[in-house]
Design a protein around this ligand. Structure first.
Ligand SMILES: Nc1ncnc2c1ncn2[C@@H]1O[C@H](COP(=O)(O)OP(=O)(O)OP(=O)(O)O)[C@@H](O)[C@H]1O
Ligand SMILES: [Mg+2]
Length: 148
C-alpha cells in the first residue's frame, strides 16, 4: 500500500493542494476524505473542484448528502464531480436509496466522499484513494494519502 504525507499550513495551501491533486485524477476515481469536524475535507474538495474547472461554488452537501457538478474540461474522462457527505445519513441504505452507487461506479464520474465510513460495504471490491486530514495543535493539517 502506497502512502504519502504532506503538511499544509493554511486554507489557501489546502486549496492549492486540491488543485494539484485534481490533475492526477481520472474518471471513475473514488476519493475518500477522512478527518474530524473542521479538519478541512470540504476545503480540499473545493480545491479539487477548482482544479477541474468547476465554476459552481462548492458547499458542504451535509443536508442533501450529495451534490453533482458538471466538469467541462475533458481531463482524463471526467465529465462530472460528485461530492458526497454522509455525516447526517442514517445508514448505508439511505445512501443507496438516493442512488449514490450510480455515481460511485460511473466511469466518467470523480467521487469525493466526506465521512466515508458508511459506504465501505459498497466499495469493498473497488479501488479507492483515502485521504486523511489531521488537525495539529499548531493549526496545521497533516494530509495522508493512501491508495488501496
Ligand atoms: N491548513 C488548513 N487547511 C484547511 N482548512 C484550514 C486550514 N487552516 C485553517 N483551516 C480552516 O478550517 C476549516 C475547515 O473546514 P472544512 O469545512 O473544510 O472542514 P470539514 O473537514 O469539511 O468539516 P466537516 O466535517 O464539518 O464537514 C475552514 O474554516 C478553514 O478556513
Ligand atoms: Mg465538510
Amino acid at each position: 500500500m502506497k502512502s504519502e504525507k504532506h503538511s499544509i499550513a493554511t486554507e489557501i495551501a489546502m486549496l492549492h493542494f486540491g488543485e494539484s491533486l485534481a490533475s492526477q485524477c481520472m474518471g471513475g476515481d473514488i476519493i475518500l476524505l477522512k478527518g474530524d469536524l473542521g479538519a478541512g475535507k470540504t476545503t480540499l474538495a473545493k480545491g479539487i473542484a477548482k482544479g477541474l474547472g468547476v465554476q459552481d461554488v462548492i458547499t458542504s452537501p451535509t443536508f442533501t448528502y450529495m451534490q453533482v457538478y458538471p466538469v467541462n474540461t475533458t481531463q482524463k474522462g471526467i465529465s462530472q464531480l460528485v461530492h458526497i457527505d454522509t455525516y447526517r445519513a442514517e445508514d448505508v441504505q439511505t445512501l443507496r436509496n438516493i442512488g449514490i452507487e450510480e455515481f460511485l461506479f460511473d466511469k466518467k464520474t470523480l467521487s469525493l466522499v466526506e465521512w466515508p465510513e458508511k459506504i465501505y460495504p459498497l466499495i469493498k471490491d473497488t479501488p479507492y484513494k483515502e485521504i486523511s486530514i489531521e488537525h495539529t495543535k499548531d493549526n496545521k493539517r497533516i494530509v495522508s494519502i493512501t491508495q488501496n
